[in-house]
Design a protein around this ligand. Structure first.
Ligand SMILES: Cc1cc2nc3c(=O)[nH]c(=O)nc-3n(C[C@H](O)[C@H](O)[C@H](O)COP(=O)(O)O)c2cc1C
Length: 179
């Protein structure tokens, strides 16, 4: 299974990045895990730059290539003012017109100690509108962040829950027959 992991936080010491690193360590054997690093370098989405027959900026072409090549995505994002971080929404806006994405499974994670339920719900709505499959095993799990300091490992119970969600992602990609 090829996974594209995207952190909605650009912070160097981001807990969502740490959560994605923990998820990578727990992913089933044989998983090809790639963490997307281009979020901050994407131009602001402009539909004028996304018209048929016009080449998109190289950073956007790179995002689309990685997004399409992955069997599934894992997105871990903070919530800002009850919303999805602008840089993450901007990346999704660039992906809306990709014809290869419908049906691709997405696991949503959220390491916010305060819950982050508004952002997770908005993110799920956007992804469903893009016809991606948001997995029911997505987690809004403040307890996951408790031990997620730099270099630390998840508690056993948290690791078990996260592994179950990753297994659901594997099962979804198998059902789709892309791996
Ligand atoms: C400007 C700003 C606004 C925030 N607004 C919310 C919010 O509305 N709801 C919430 O649960 N957390 C909010 N937070 C807290 C972050 O979502 C939380 O600290 C998150 O875990 C940070 O993720 P990171 O460590 O990956 O950067 C906000 C943080 C910032 C900086």
């Amino acid at each position: 299974m090829r996974v594209l992991a995207i952190s909605g936080s650009l912070r160097a010491r981001s807990s969502n990045r740490a959560l994605l690193r923990a998820a990578e360590a727990l992913a089933p054997p044989g998983t090809e895990w790639e963490t997307y690093e281009g979020l901050a370098g994407l131009p602001h989405f402009n539909p004028d730059d996304d018209e048929d027959g016009r080449p998109v900026p190289p950073s956007v072409a790179d995002l689309r290539y990685r997004a399409v090549a992955a069997d599934g995505w894992v997105i871990s994002s903070p919530e800002y003012a009850h919303g999805v971080p602008g840089s993450l929404k901007n990346a999704l806006d660039w992906l809306v017109s990709c014809p290869e994405l419908p049906g691709k499974p997405v696991l949503l994670l959220n390491a916010s100690a305060a819950g982050g339920n508004f952002a997770q719900a908005a993110l799920a709505e956007t992804l469903r509108t893009m016809s991606l499959e948001v997995l029911a095993e997505s987690l809004t799990a403040p307890f996951l962040s408790r031990k997620l300091q730099e270099g630390s490992e998840l508690e056993l119970a948290a690791a078990r829950i996260l592994r179950r969600s990753l297994d659901a992602l594997t099962a979804a990609t198998r059902r789709r027959g892309t791996q």
